[in-house]
Ligand binder design. Sequence first.
Ligand code: ZN
Length: 219
Amino acid sequence: MAYQHSLDGETLGLPVGKVVCVGRNYAEHAKELNNPVPTSPILFIKPATAIVPFTGEILIPKEQGSCHHELEMSVLIGKTLTNATEQEVKDAILGFGLGLDLTLRDLQSRLKEKSHPWEIAKSFDGACPLSGFVPASVVTDPMDMPLQLSVNGAVRQQGTTADMITPLYSLISYMSRHFTLQLGDVVMTGTPAGVAALQEGDQLEATLGDVLSCAARVV
Ligand code: ZN
């Protein structure tokens, strides 16, 4: 099943654009990977070809070492944003959802050691499972939303968007100074601590507060 953007379960017919992501936006996660906390956001992009539905079965690469889950709050962009103010960002958000920033961690570590770009560890086909979105109006405070990932019934990642180093609107404003965001693009807002390798057969369950939940099995 090909991915399509949906809001409240209704397919939107929007273009599926790029995914703009941020590394190390939660201090506890930077710490668990022995990375310094950055002084400005570390941005990277996953292409539209990385997006798959966060439902049913999620296919992970098997031949390139560990593939880590990173559960993140995702944001569906509804308007063009270039050098946007925080208010313009707020007005451009169509909905909130959940995404996995799948990461080939061993490969990424090897590339980082050589100071090479780690694109292939983050942007491969299927590297960005996305849930459907809930309308922005449903989320009363997107800057304090709990998010949680369970694997085989055990909680692995638990956090709140209140712990982002660069908060939501200022993060997207910063992104828009580097990359124009367009209708149908998605922003991933960083992962709380608890990332770990996925195994074949793992059953994933993710929640965003009490407004959204999704589940999938790793194959
Ligand atoms: Zn991430």
